[in-house]
Design a protein around this ligand. Structure first.
Ligand SMILES: Nc1nc2c(ncn2[C@@H]2O[C@H](COP(=O)(O)OP(=O)(O)OP(=O)(O)O)[C@@H](O)[C@H]2O)c(=O)[nH]1
Ligand SMILES: *[C@@H]1O[C@H](CO)[C@@H](O)[C@H](O)[C@H]1NC(C)=O
Ligand SMILES: [Mg+2]
Length: 384
């Protein structure tokens, strides 16, 4: 049994490729800014409410200052309700002159319960989750939002004509200057999905999501990539006892558990044609019919992440290791504080491969928690 357990655990080890398949696109500052190539078929996208106006202005200013003043990609703002004059005026002004800005409404069919959902059951489950302290679970609109961001945004008429998007949320900041065009680089390097933060999801929000996807994977015969394996922690119980663990949440039918690692989707630069592919659409339909967007609180972050792990090759993902980023009370930082430096409030730049400095004119905020790179390290084993 001991040997069986060792062999089982060993089968989850990730074999690192011999060369780094996902180095940063550029290191340091590009001087002059690399904005002379024709623009990509791309747009910046923000989903927001009218009440998010000040956070939206903050985010737009940050993206404009660090990147888009030099590149002038258009913005699309999406809302399930009519935009207020105040939002359009303030946010439009933050984007500045010479940038195309659209304020769009989300069609009814993309936001709200599909007909097969038992709404009484959904409300009952939401109250139950709320009582158990699952954040936002009692808020119906949050569930609609997660479902929209999982399976509909890429079909919105205002986004249909674009291939690439950069998702921006209210109240985020970019803490480095971005002096090259990430869309062009993604295209050039055959990338489909880009992220900056990888972290742990709260298991209670998505109790059955991993099991459903794992069963789907078996049913439609999707082979395991190293990225899928990187999302799993093997069970230490020997066969045949292991499979009884499958009754617990976030486990697959064999009893192994999702390690809860996922990409934080509030920043994403991705190819919408990936989400529009028959493979992703059929995966989303399968999840949507299950009802977990309402009976549980499936977020679009774990859905995007596990779908990417299932359907993409590891080298089709890109870690924007040079994009310092703050969302709410967490950040990804290109500069690591050493103990000594922390006392003096100083930061030491992280070096990439050949000893070159990551990022350009980065300023990390020592007052904001830096996400531990545990998930990041596990995932990055798949590319080098
Ligand atoms: N139009 C609209 N946008 C929404 C609604 N609920 C959430 N959003 C947007 O969806 C995104 C995510 O919502 P947040 O409330 O930030 O949720 P979160 O990022 O999971 O959690 P936080 O850690 O609180 O930021 C933000 O861009 C919100 O503006 C809604 O009911 N209507
Ligand atoms: C942009 O991308 C979309 C989606 O792939 C495509 O339908 C459209 O034709 C592209 N537009 C241009 C100008 O290439
Ligand atoms: Mg948010």
């Amino acid at each position: 049994m001991l040997i069986e357990v060792c062999v089982h655990i060993q089968s989850f080890a990730i074999r690192r490729p011999a060369t780094n398949l996902d180095p940063p696109f550029h290191v340091g500052c590009q001087n002059p800014v690399m904005n002379v190539a024709p623009r990509a078929n791309a747009t910046l996208v923000m989903l927001a409410r009218n009440s998010d106006v000040s956070g939206a202005v903050h985010s737009v200013k940050s993206v404009q200052t660090q990147f888009n003043d030099h590149f002038r990609y258009p913005w699309v703002f999406l809302n399930d309700e009519k935009w207020s004059a105040e939002f359009m005026e303030k946010v439009g002004k933050a984007a500045g002159e010479g940038v195309n800005v659209k304020f769009e409404k989300i069609p009814r069919a993309m936001w709200g319960y599909p007909e097969w959902i038992d709404q009484d059951k959904a409300r009952r489950k939401m109250e139950e989750m709320e009582r158990r302290g699952i954040m936002y679970a009692g808020q119906e609109s949050y569930h609609h939002m997660c479902r929209f961001q999982s399976g509909f945004f890429y079909d919105h008429p205002a986004l249909e004509s674009y291939k690439w998007y950069w998702r921006v949320e209210p109240d985020i900041s970019f803490t480095c200057a971005i002096t090259y065009d990430p869309f062009i680089e993604m295209e050039k390097h055959g990338k489909k999905y880009g992220y900056t933060i990888a972290l742990w999801e709260r298991g209670t929000t998505v109790a059955s999501l991993f099991r459903k996807l794992s069963d789907y994977k078996a049913r439609v015969h999707i082979p395991s990539t190293s990225l899928w394996t990187a999302m799993i922690d093997p069970s230490y119980l020997p066969w045949p006892f292991r499979r009884f663990l499958s009754l617990l949440r976030n486990r697959d039918a064999y009893g192994d558990i999702w390690n809860m690692c996922h990409f934080w989707s509030n920043f994403e630069i991705a190819d919408m044609d990936f989400f529009r592919s028959p493979a992703y659409r059929s995966l989303f339909r399968y999840l949507d019919e299950d009802g977990g967007f309402y009976y549980e609180r499936w977020g679009d972050a774990p859905v995007h992440s596990l779908a990417a792990a299932l359907l993409l090759r590891p080298e089709e993902l890109h870690h924007f290791s040079d994009f310092g980023y703050i969302h709410a009370n967490l950040q990804y930082c290109t500069h690591a504080p050493t103990d000594e430096a922390r006392r003096r409030g100083e930061l030491v730049p992280m070096l990439e491969g050949r000893g070159e400095e990551l990022g350009c004119r980065c300023t990390c905020d020592l007052g904001i928690k830096i996400v531990e790179p545990v998930c990041l390290n596990r995932i990055k084993q798949t590319v080098g």
